[in-house]
Design a protein around this ligand. Structure first.
Ligand code: PMP
Length: 352
């Protein structure tokens, strides 16, 4: 090793799902199969290209205001970033600075561990129970902060608000972040609790229910004090995180509530149909409240299924890992895409 190498920050990065550049049945990264709201296209087509000369609004004021109105909070309670990954990374940097370990589940969004390592934040990962549920009592011990997704990923399990509140009640001296990337497919949001718990931060995204993963928009909602700390960290890093196009398109997506609700319902209907079909084929899975299903089959090796599906141009996600290697994470696509998946699996099962 060269002498200078010992001062290099070495990280093991997060590995995102594949993005094949040809057309496949793509059920591997929890994208939404439907297009964004029609207003997004109109806004995009009428954008003034000359404005690209200028830096975007560093406060993202219009988008922040639109989100604040939508959720019935003050503008000062909203922070936006380049996807919720950016928002979460900024939260780790800003709020997790204790010598005590932060806590997050052993099976969860794998980026948490990467950020903890990157920023050298000590962490502990309480083990999910045998049904992949978070054990709330594990979060009663002393810690430097807490983060968990609700619904959790890749398990797809949603916990009711009283569960989230119980964790908050036991942790009022640290920051608690609830990552609600999939909340629109699930149930009540912890946003209801932000007035009651000033240490709570709720993070959401445009990537899933709003069909805009490619635009990279995420946001945090909390009280003005914590949002100011987040903004201070952001302005110490990069003032112009959000590009002009995302800012304009994001506003249009939030405005069209009817379209949003319709697409979410369509996706939920397809999810429920897929659950029934997978069950009929012998798969088992936790009851999904997200836009993906975490399924295993008693008679087949998940990795073999994953490979066979891929050969047939049907992409799902396989993680490996001691407790997850029997499972496939299958994103919910259009009804037609799910029919393609189900008929492939039917045939595979018959012939093996
Ligand atoms: N949180 C969870 C639990 C996720 O699964 C994802 C998607 N990979 C994200 C956050 C990040 O999503 P995005 O950066 O697209 O908002």
């Amino acid at each position: 090793m060269k002498a200078y190498e010992k001062n290099i920050r070495k990280v093991e990065p997060y590995v995102p799902g594949e993005q094949p550049q040809r057309k496949v049945v793509k059920l591997n990264t929890n994208e939404n199969p439907y297009p964004p709201a029609p207003g997004v296209k109109e806004a995009l087509l009428s954008m003034d290209v000359d404005k690209m000369r200028l830096y975007p609004d560093p406060t993202a004021g219009n988008l922040v205001h639109t989100l604040a109105e939508y959720y019935g909070v003050e503008d000062s309670q909203v922070f936006v970033g380049v996807g919720s990954d950016d928002v979460l990374a900024m939260c780790f940097l800003t709020f997790f600075n204790s010598e005590k370990p932060i806590l997050f589940p052993d099976i969860t969004y794998s980026f948490y561990k990467v950020w903890a390592e990157l920023y050298r934040i000590p962490y502990e990962c309480p083990v999910l129970d045998e049904d992949f549920r978070i054990v709330k009592e594990d979060y009663y011990k002393e810690n430097g902060g807490i983060i968990f997704p609700n619904p959790n990923a890749p398990t797809s399990i949603y916990e009711e608000l009283d569960f989230v509140e119980d964790i908050l009640k036991h942790n009022q001296d640290v920051i608690v972040i609830v990552d609600e990337a999939y909340i629109d497919f699930a149930g009540k949001s912890a946003l209801e609790l932000i007035d009651k718990y000033e240490n709570l931060i709720v993070v959401q995204t445009f990537s899933k229910a709003r069909s805009m993963a490619g635009m990279r928009i995420g946001y945090a909602i909390s009280n003005p004090t914590l949002i100011k700390y987040l903004n201070d960290a952001k302005y110490s890093f990069n003032s112009y995180t959000m590009n002009q196009t995302s800012l304009v398109c994001g506003v249009e997506a939030v405005k069209d509530k009817a379209y949003f609700e319709e697409q979410v319902q369509k996706l939920i209907d397809t999810r429920e149909w897929t659950k029934a079909e997978l069950t009929a084929l012998g798969f088992t899975f936790p009851d999904s409240k997200s836009n993906f299903i975490f399924a295993k089959h008693p008679n087949f090796v998940a990795k073999d299924l994953f490979e066979a599906l891929k050969k047939a141009d049907i992409y799902v996600r396989f993680f490996g890992g001691a407790r997850t290697r029997d499972y496939l994470r299958i994103s919910i696509g259009t009804r037609e895409e799910m029919e393609t998946l189900v008929s492939f699996l039917k045939e595979y099962i018959q012939n093996h």
